[in-house]
Design a protein around this ligand. Structure first.
Ligand SMILES: [Mg+2]
Length: 262
């Protein structure tokens, strides 16, 4: 992985930024710092102002594990596209399949209530997000036991889900629901963007990085040698610097174009 603000990282960034680039971001841990209570996440003012500025200059999308309505309540601006449920909600032209995914999830909720009857007593919280389900076990007195019981229950679900692990959370999605990588490629095709920059921090974001698509610059928040991302930020605090760098590159390329015209 290349540090984003090293000479090589900046060179890579420059080669990816122009007005036709799709700028895509995860939310939790990327635009907003992780907090103990997920409902309390906040995008700080500097990051939000930079996002609003970028949103006026180019195409900005958010691809998050949260449901769209939940994510929207935390953004404070309206991106061109907001894709929720790890890619399963909000892609253009995907309304029918989103309804199918919801039907599958509703079936799983009924099954999980039978498979894990003591969920809340064991510190497991079931979060229904429409097209995906999250089982949080941060509050469990024995997190390893809670995680094992969740994974055992998932193995008995009909139909079998795609399981995506997070930090003290196990998510399930229908097998044929798009993951974040498929969602980003679908948006690029829809918007006719030949390049994209995607920034994320978590296991689900590896679905983008693992595409190893040469038209996508994958940036991870935090250096992790196991990640398939090309570049990294040292931590979430560097997000504002990255946004400002992108904005200044876009403004510089606009000025160059104007000079060439004159
Ligand atoms: Mg995240």
């Amino acid at each position: 992985m290349t540090y984003m603000f090293s000479p090589k990282g900046v060179e890579e960034l420059c080669s990816f930024v122009d007005a036709a680039t799709l700028f895509a971001f995860d939310l939790d841990g990327t635009l907003a710092p992780i907090v103990d209570e997920p409902a309390a996440i906040t995008i700080n003012d500097e990051v939000r102002q930079a996002l609003i500025q970028l949103n006026n200059l180019a195409t900005v999308t958010i691809i998050t594990g949260r449901s769209r309505s939940d994510a929207m309540s935390h953004l404070g601006f309206t991106p061109r596209f907001l894709v929720g449920n790890h890619g399963a909600e909000g892609l253009p032209g995907e309304t029918t399949s989103a309804q199918d995914f919801t039907t599958v999830c509703n079936g799983w909720i009924n099954q999980l209530e039978l498979l894990l009857p003591d969920m809340s007593a064991n510190g497991i919280l079931l979060e229904t997000k429409g097209q995906t389900i999250a089982l949080h076990y941060r509050q469990a007195s024995d997190p390893v036991k809670a995680q094992n019981s969740i994974l055992a229950a998932f193995a008995d679900l009909i139909p079998l889900p795609r399981v995506v692990s997070g930090i003290f959370v196990e998510n399930i999605a229908p097998q044929d629901a798009p993951h974040k990588g498929a969602a980003l490629e679908s948006l690029m095709a829809h918007l006719k963007c030949t390049r994209a920059i995607f920034v994320g921090d978590d296991v689900t974001d590896e679905d983008v990085f693992n595409l190893r698509n040469p038209s996508i610059l994958g940036v991870r928040v935090g250096n992790d040698p196991k990640s398939a991302a090309l570049s990294y930020l040292k931590d979430q605090h560097e997000m504002v610097r990255l946004l400002r760098e992108i904005i200044s590159l876009l403004n510089a390329s606009t000025r160059t174009t104007e000079n060439l015209k004159n």
